[in-house]
Design a binder for this molecule. Structure first.
Ligand SMILES: NC(=O)c1ccc[n+]([C@@H]2O[C@H](COP(=O)([O-])OP(=O)(O)OC[C@H]3O[C@@H](n4cnc5c(N)ncnc54)[C@H](O)[C@@H]3O)[C@@H](O)[C@H]2O)c1
Length: 284
């Protein structure tokens, strides 16, 4: 099966980037949002990001027009999913929101359509069980910023079949991404490896081993990381890091994933990183 048209549900940080890459690779998109102002904001972000690519001569001005023309923003899940082959859900990381979205998708999608979630930490198997087609349900875990980052972690739920995996792998390659297969366990591979490193960096600060700047300097200069773990934690959002660590902690029941008390305290204080102007660094 070839994917000829997709729906992307949610046009926030991840959804607008996902719509951007499908449309830029000539796969038309229905982009579904809850309010016109959110849909307009998503389209404005895509426009701005495409314009940056034009100015860097990565795409032509005509490519930009064609890409924007192939994204159709809508406020209706029923309308947006009824004529597509693949649905990629990128609504907030909240099980109840995702549940209501997948129930609406299930009621309106074509029988052959593949369902994919961009969730970072909710079980693909659990989301798949909300639908009548767990064999056609899969994780497509893109990375921020989507038009730039090459990786798509393709997460197989307990019942995902080979055909679904193969179609999604092939489609990811058409987007000029590198698909990497992983199985559905808490944190997949990306967050299971990354979050304990960030957590340990926070313990180092908490225990006075080194300042945030020096922890990051060690990891940049000694391990060739482009960005230190604490700067990265600020960029991801300390609340998001805490949520994912809690998913790992509860999912494995293993104390090695215990969130650092300093992380909990910073989230309680509203110091969430870049988005609030302060985290391990000051952005004000
Ligand atoms: N931000 C990241 O770096 C990142 C990376 C990988 C995966 N993810 C995952 O991607 C998903 C989306 O995250 P995000 O950062 O883009 O969130 P976000 O809050 O930026 O965007 C979510 C969007 O979904 C919209 N939305 C909410 N309910 C909706 C509904 N019922 N129908 C249609 N749209 C709806 C919101 O209006 C919002 O624009 C989450 O599951 C998250 O775990 C995020």
């Amino acid at each position: 099966m070839d994917i000829k048209k997709v729906a992307v549900i949610g046009g926030g940080t991840m959804g607008n980037g996902i719509a951007h890459v499908f449309a830029m690779n000539r796969i038309p998109v229905n982009l579904i949002e809850t309010k016109q102002e959110f849909a307009d904001k998503a389209m404005a972000t895509i426009d701005k990001n495409l314009e940056r690519m034009v100015s860097k001569e990565k795409i032509s001005a005509e490519d930009k027009v064609t890409t924007l023309d192939s994204i159709n923003a809508t406020l209706s899940i029923a309308e947006g999913v009824k004529d597509v082959d693949l649905i990629v859900e990128a609504v907030p990381e909240n099980f109840d929101i995702k549940k209501s979205v997948w129930e609406a998708v299930e009621a309106n999608a074509q029988d052959h359509a593949i369902f994919a979630s961009n969730t970072s930490s909710i079980s693909i198997t659990k989301l798949a069980a909300l639908t009548g087609r767990p064999e056609k349900f899969i994780g497509m875990h893109f990375f921020n910023p989507v038009p730039v980052m090459k990786l798509v972690e393709i997460v197989r739920g307990l019942e995902t079949d080979d055909e679904t995996y193969n179609v999604v792998e092939k489609t990811s390659k058409l987007l000029a991404k590198v698909p990497v297969p992983v199985n559905d366990f808490p944190g997949f591979v990306s967050n299971r490896v990354l979050m304990p490193m960030i957590n340990e960096a926070i313990f180092c600060v908490h225990e006075g081993v080194a300042t945030p700047e020096n922890v990051d300097e060690v990891m940049k200069l000694g391990m060739a990381h482009p960005m230190g773990p604490l700067r990265l934690a600020d960029f991801i959002g300390l609340d998001v890091c805490l949520d994912i660590l809690n998913v790992l902690y509860e999912g494995f029941k293993d104390p090695k994933y215990r969130p650092a008390p300093l992380l909990v305290k910073m989230v309680d204080a509203g110091k969430l990183g870049n988005k609030t102007g302060e985290g391990f660094y000051n952005y004000k």
